[in-house]
Design a binder for this molecule. Structure first.
Ligand SMILES: Nc1ncnc2c1ncn2[C@@H]1O[C@H](COP(=O)(O)OP(=O)(O)OP(=O)(O)O)[C@@H](O)[C@H]1O
Length: 256
């Protein structure tokens, strides 16, 4: 049976994300590009020379309001999983059903455009997530105050330091009204005071019922926010359990 033939499971009330047997393969040197012909050639399950599965056979459901920590060593597929949930990439096999809007902070650029000013990027990103111009104008000062980068409103995004990029990206993403928030390790770039401010904001969002995916190598942070853990190893989901069980298993496996 081809992946395309897998019938989507009925979605329970409250299920915001439903991932079934998802797999994504990359070329060693760049993202695998499937040709139009491949879609009909039944070659989806095969790995061609130079390709590998960054994720494979991954299945889980997420209920609205869950806070999920994604755990695993470097290169085991954590960021790839978040990109699937953000629908930035599509699975090569299986299905990824996302039944709610997603605000992703998954790369340092936060989806911002290098050449545009900070001001224009705020309007662009918030607009792409469905905010009306008047709503963005109302929240603009709050966003800039949160990021503490009021002196750089007309600066092209590419000229900001990496910490400043994360500040503005987080400030915008965390003001969106999307029900699902994805936070990759990018916050690690921010200084300690700013990180703490972001963490308090994440706690507010969780208290307000948002759903969180949080990738981190920091056990304390994972335990602070997350109730559930997904442990990825060699592209497979080896454990889906409480965050405490997931961290215990990860520590036992890798002796940290
Ligand atoms: N666009 C891409 N093209 C080719 N390979 C990729 C691409 N993106 C990720 N990979 C590879 O897929 C694997 C999983 O990468 P991923 O970034 O998901 O790991 P990770 O668990 O988030 O790692 P880290 O903890 O280091 O951030 C790695 O081997 C990585 O090199």
């Amino acid at each position: 049976m081809t992946a395309a033939a897998v019938a989507p499971r009925p979605v329970d009330a409250g299920t915001v994300i439903s991932v079934r047997d998802a797999g994504i393969r990359f070329k060693r040197n760049r993202r695998s590009r499937r040709s139009f012909k491949d879609l009909f050639a039944g070659s989806r399950r095969r790995t061609r020379p130079g390709e590998f599965w960054a994720l494979r056979g991954v299945s889980f459901d997420v209920i609205s309001g869950e806070a999920i920590g994604v755990v695993g060593r470097n290169g085991q597929g954590k960021s790839t999983l978040l990109k699937l949930v953000a629908e930035v990439i599509l699975p090569d096999e299986g299905t990824v059903g996302v039944h709610a809007g997603v605000a992703p902070l998954i790369e340092i650029t936060g989806g911002f455009v290098d050449e545009l000013s900070v001001r224009d990027n705020v309007f662009l990103t918030a607009g792409l997530h469905g905010m009306k111009r008047t709503e963005i104008e109302e929240r603009f000062d709050e966003i800039i105050d949160f990021a503490e980068i009021g002196d750089f409103l007309d600066t092209p995004y590419k000229h900001l330091s990496s910490g400043m990029r994360v500040r503005i990206a987080f400030a915008v993403i965390s003001r969106l009204e999307e029900p699902v928030i994805l936070v990759d390790e990018v916050l690690a770039v921010g200084d300690k005071a700013f990180r703490e401010k972001c963490y308090r904001r994440i706690e507010e969002l969780l208290a307000g019922g948002r759903t969180l995916f949080f990738v981190s190598h920091n056990e304390k942070d994972l335990r602070r926010f997350c109730t559930r853990g997904l442990y990825l190893d060699k592209g497979e989901l080896v454990l889906d359990s409480t965050i405490d069980e997931v961290l215990d298993r990860y520590n036992a496996d890798y002796g940290v």
